[in-house]
Design a protein around this ligand. Structure first.
Ligand SMILES: [Zn+2]
Length: 647
């Protein structure tokens, strides 16, 4: 297909221009491919179960009918929440990345059909929002930016369009997105409408559309939206919440932490990071680094999940991280990864890849059932015996096939579909591997092409073999991330006879004349380890969590002996033993530990001196990876486990 665009970007979700300030260059989704093991299984489930079931749900829940009504080809009242168009855009983005992984005629046909409907629903001046078109008419356009989500939906359209164009070269959806973006450029900005969308996202989408088209007006509009936030314009609508809810209390470059609705705050930060890269704005970058650090040191769960409060789906105060009432929306975890990925590309600091790893395994993945057919919206770290209500988001009710507000399911789909892009990057010196998976990686260096084969059973095992299949005839650097949790990492270069020690939380940079046939074995020991929280996290004082490699573990009721209730256990000393369990939950390394249980006979309160606790009984406890919980029905579960009281 003929394409006259000036800027052709790598077919990945984030593709900075050559002018951007970047340390690492992303690789196309098709050039960093998962080929086996843990993530291949998850990608297969995503492709064969989640994405097709998602299409069925989109057909059932009215989003296609709404678009049909907007296009004038369908009758009936509008269905669903105001932002439901975004579900189809995220699904389309997932399908685009699937086409990059492995083209499929049926996916292409579904993609073409949905794209044609979206195009048909667009109005002649570029406007597109099925709620406004069907329910309020033209008078409702941009009339409630605080809660209408029109620019949020526009942003998801742009991201899907960019993905589709990067992967297939097809312009149809891109032209829809450009037409809408042009309308936004004419409507918003200095001297035009001053308000902002209550839900950020359009910022990073506009930057990516700029990257794809070369049209600097989109970058300028993204800059306007980022710089104007913090002055009350996002909360200027008819029924606003407090400004902090919209990250609209403090300007982005002055903010010292993240606050308010977690998904909004994180999408804003990701967009600001894109802007900082494209405009080479180091002051904005420094502000984002400061906020990221505050998030990681005071507002992030052990799982990488963020957003401690159900009220407002929001970040809590520093150290307010209750495990049982954790919100940890799956979308917030995805937003955190999107932000960290942009910070990693810009700075090259391994801490960002560390958080991506923690969040992927322990905050995104639990959002999807092992069979790919059900989702968590809320990812709490504890569910109690007897916990129940009729809120479908309550994890005590188990995962749901879909939600009335279905932001999370297609967000997981597009994340897993584009996962390859998070594995590795390149710079002029060589290739960096950030996430370990059985994979095939191809990167272009100034001196020539590098092809790598990565063989590993990660995360179950920390043994990683990297073989060079092709390489330029010059020295280049293979940089391997040593996870922050890993002590005693060693890399043994075949034939060199020396082991290089790796420092936790850094890249181990191996520069040499890597030739085709060269190989290196990276050994990341994954013993069971115990973790405690900062003392200010009152909710888990006196508790430990169990981790192994990148995985956070939990006790789920289904794995404990009869008569031992998860709510009543304490851990004894000793780290526990990992046991490969091929028949458990599709094959996991479980962790067996000794502990004790105390029968529940205490009064709710009593004088400190009159301890009426019952004597403990020893108990064998079995922990499983947290991502795999609630696949055998709902029930009690906990990540943080009390330590046994001193004898
Ligand atoms: Zn969500």
């Amino acid at each position: 297909m003929e394409d006259t665009l000036r800027h052709q970007r790598a077919a990945a979700p984030v593709a900075p221009t050559a002018e951007a300030a970047t340390t690492f260059r992303p690789l196309p989704v098709s050039a960093a491919r998962v080929v086996g093991g843990f993530w291949a299984q998850r990608q297969q489930v995503n492709r064969t179960a989640a994405i097709p079931a998602g299409l069925t749900r989109l057909r059932e829940n009215g989003v296609f009918r709404n678009l049909g009504r907007a296009a004038g080809q369908d009758e009936g009242p509008y269905e669903g929440p105001v932002f439901i168009d975004s579900d189809v855009y995220k699904w389309l983005e997932a399908v685009a990345w699937e086409q990059a992984r492995e083209p499929s005629e049926s996916l292409a046909a579904e993609q073409a059909e949905a794209t044609a409907l979206v195009a048909k629903a667009q109005q002649p001046d570029g406007y597109l929002n099925s709620f406004v078109q069907v329910v309020t008419g033209a008078a409702g356009r941009f009339a409630d930016l605080t809660s209408g989500h029109e620019l949020y939906c526009a942003g998801h359209l742009m991201q899907a369009a960019v993905a589709q164009h990067r992967v297939t070269g097809h312009r149809e959806l891109l032209d829809v997105a450009i037409s809408f973006a042009d309308l936004l450029v004419d409507t918003f900005g200095p001297g035009k409408r001053p308000e902002l969308d209550g839900h950020p996202l359009v910022e990073m989408a506009l930057v990516e559309l700029y990257r794809e088209t070369g049209d600097a007006r989109y970058l300028d509009l993204a800059r306007h939206f980022v710089e104007t936030r913090g002055h009350g314009w996002a909360a200027a609508g008819p029924h606003p919440r407090p400004r902090s809810y919209y990250s609209d209390r403090v300007p982005v470059r002055r903010a010292v932490t993240v606050e308010g609705h977690a998904v909004r705050a994180l999408y804003l930060a990701a967009g600001a990071a894109d802007l900082a890269a494209e405009t080479r704005d180091d002051e904005l970058l420094a502000a984002l680094e400061r906020q990221w650090q505050a998030m990681v040191t005071t507002k992030t769960y052990l799982t990488g999940g963020v957003g401690a409060r159900w009220d407002g789906e929001a970040f809590g105060d520093p150290y307010q991280l209750p495990p049982d009432r954790a919100y940890c929306e799956t979308c917030a975890a995805i937003g955190s990864i999107q932000w960290s990925w942009r910070m990693l590309l810009r700075t090259g600091a391994a801490r960002y890849a560390d958080l991506i790893e923690r969040t992927l395994y322990n905050a995104v993945l639990p959002g999807l059932s092992l069979d790919g057919n059900a989702y968590f919206y809320v990812n709490a770290l504890q569910v109690r015996d007897g916990q129940a209500d009729d809120d479908r988001r309550n994890p005590a009710n188990g995962r749901a096939g879909w939600f009335g507000v279905a932001c999370c399911p297609p967000n997981i789909m597009r994340t897993i579909s584009s996962l390859g892009s998070l594995l590795a990057t390149a710079d002029d010196e060589g290739v960096q591997i950030h996430q370990y998976a059985a994979s095939a990686i191809t990167a272009e260096l100034p001196s020539g092409q590098v092809e790598l084969a990565v063989a590993t059973d990660y995360p179950w095992d920390g043994h990683i073999e990297i073989t060079v299949l092709a390489a330029p005839d010059q020295d280049w650097t293979l940089a391997l991330r040593i996870p922050g949790w890993c002590t005693d990492a060693k890399a043994l270069i075949a034939g060199a006879g020396v082991a290089e020690a790796g420092e936790p939380g850094r890249y181990l940079r191996l520069r040499r004349s890597w030739m085709a046939g060269s190989s290196v074995v990276l050994d990341l020991p994954v013993p069971v380890r115990r973790t405690v929280a900062h003392e200010r996290v009152d909710a888990v004082r006196g508790c430990v969590a169990v981790e192994r490699g990148p995985l956070v573990y939990c006790l789920e009721q289904a794995d404990q002996p009869a008569g031992v209730l998860v709510d009543d256990v304490q851990l004894a000393d000793g780290d526990g033993t990992a046991v490969w369990s091929p028949d458990l939950l599709g094959g996991v390394a479980a962790v067996q530990m000794t502990g004790q249980t105390t029968p529940d006979a205490m009064s709710l309160y009593q004088p400190e001196a009159a301890d009426d606790r019952q004597p403990e009984r020893p108990a064998r406890l079995t922990a499983i990876p947290y991502f795999a919980w609630a696949n055998r029905g709902p029930g009690p579960m906990r990540v943080w486990i009390p330590l046994g009281r001193p004898g």
